[in-house]
Design a protein around this ligand. Structure first.
Ligand code: SAM
Length: 299
C-alpha cells in the first residue's frame, strides 16, 4: 500500500518509522512518504495561511500550496517504485497536472481572481477536469473534527485501498475549495478522530495510519491476533492475563487454567458482552440480533 502524508510539520510523523509500521515500511509492505506542504509554496516566506474571508479568529490554510502538493501526488508514482526511481525531481514537476486554480499575482501575493468581479469570475473559470472513475482515484483523507468519525470498520475499508493520501490541516483548517477541487482527482473523505478538537491533523494521521497499516496483510506477524480484538466483531475485547497466576493476592478466572477450549471460548464471549454492556452500551444496541446465540442472550 502506498501512503502519502502532507503536513507543515513532517517531523511530527517520525513515529511512523518505529515498531510494526516502521518495520512494514522497511519490508516494503507500506510505501509511506511524508511531504512538507511548504515545499509547494512559491513566496519567500513559504506562506501556507492567510486571514479568513468574513473575519473571525485564526488563519485558514491557503488553497494553492495544497493544490500543488496534491497534484504532485496524483502525477507521480510512489517513491521506491521502479517508475519513480527513473524519473528525476525536475522531470516530475513537469509531469504535474496543470493547476485549475488561478495564478497568484507575484507582486501582491493576492490571487488574480480577487481583482475581478463575480460575473467575470464565472466566465474566466477553467473547465473542470472530468472526474475519473472511483477505483482510478486515490482516497484523500482530510482529518477534521467535522468529518465522519473514524472506526475499525473504516480502518478495514481503507486497508483494502492501494493508495491513501492524508492532508494534515492546521490553524482553522484548509480552504474549503481545496476539498471541492480535489474531488476531481481523489475520493475525498473528511475524517474525525473523535468529538474533540486537536491542534492539527498529524496526531489523527498517526492514529489512522497505525490502525489501517496493521490490517494490511503481513504487517502484523500473527493475523489471528487481529480477529479477537475489540471492535472486530462489534464488541470490546475480554480481559487478558499473563503469568504469574497469583499476583499480589489476585488470581485469574479458573476456567483459563482448565485447558477446555470450548469453556474458555464461552467465558471470553461472556466477558466481552459484560464489559461492552458496562462500558459501551451503544455497541450492544448496535449489534445485529442474528449474530447472538442463546448463551449470548442469557448473558
Ligand atoms: N476550526 C476547525 C473546526 O472547528 O472544525 C478546527 C481546526 S483544528 C484547530 C486544526 C486541524 O486539526 C484541523 O484542520 C484538522 O486537520 C485537525 N483536527 C482537529 N481536531 C481533529 C479531530 N477530532 N479529528 C481529526 N482531525 C482533527
Amino acid at each position: 500500500m502506498r501512503i502519502d502524508v502532507v503536513s507543515i510539520f513532517p517531523e511530527y510523523l517520525a513515529a511512523l518509522d518505529l515498531s510494526l509500521i516502521g518495520k512494514a515500511r522497511q519490508d516494503g509492505l507500506l510505501q509511506l512518504k511524508v511531504h512538507d506542504l511548504r515545499d509547494f509554496t512559491t513566496d519567500r516566506h513559504r506562506t501556507v495561511d492567510d486571514t479568513p474571508y468574513g473575519g473571525g479568529a485564526g488563519m485558514v490554510m491557503k488553497p494553492e500550496p495544497w493544490a500543488q502538493a496534491l497534484e504532485s501526488l496524483v502525477a507521480t508514482p510512489a517513491a521506491g517504485t521502479p517508475a519513480a526511481d527513473q524519473v528525476s525531481a525536475s522531470e516530475r514537476v513537469e509531469t504535474q497536472i496543470a493547476p485549475t486554480t488561478p495564478v497568484v499575482d507575484q507582486v501582491s501575493a493576492t490571487p488574480v481572481v480577487d481583482q475581478v468581479s463575480a460575473s467575470e469570475r464565472v466566465e474566466t473559470q477553467t473547465a473542470p477536469t472530468p472526474v475519473q472513475p472511483d477505483a482510478a482515484r486515490p482516497i484523500l483523507i482530510v482529518p477534521s473534527p467535522a468529518g465522519e468519525v473514524f472506526n475499525q470498520a473504516l480502518a478495514y475499508e481503507l486497508a483494502t485501498e492501494d493508495h491513501l493520501v492524508f492532508a494534515c490541516g492546521r490553524y482553522e483548517g484548509i480552504d474549503e475549495r481545496v476539498l471541492e477541487w480535489a474531488a476531481e482527482h481523489f475520493r475525498v473523505r473528511p475524517v474525525s478522530l473523535g468529538d474533540y478538537v486537536l491542534n492539527g491533523g498529524e496526531v489523527a494521521v498517526l492514529a489512522m495510519v497505525e490502525a489501517v497499516g496493521r490490517l494490511v496483510p503481513g504487517v502484523v506477524g500473527n493475523p489471528e491476533s487481529l480477529v479477537e480484538e475489540s471492535h472486530s466483531d462489534g464488541l470490546l475485547e475480554y480481559p487478558v492475563y499473563t503469568k504469574p497466576s497469583d499476583w499480589r493476592g489476585r488470581g485469574i478466572p479458573e476456567v483459563l487454567l482448565s485447558g477446555n477450549h470450548a469453556k474458555i471460548a464461552r467465558h471470553r464471549r461472556d466477558e466481552q458482552l459484560r464489559r461492552t454492556a458496562e462500558r459501551r452500551p451503544d455497541l450492544i444496541l448496535a449489534l445485529d440480533p442474528e449474530t447472538l446465540d442463546t448463551a449470548d442472550r442469557a448473558t
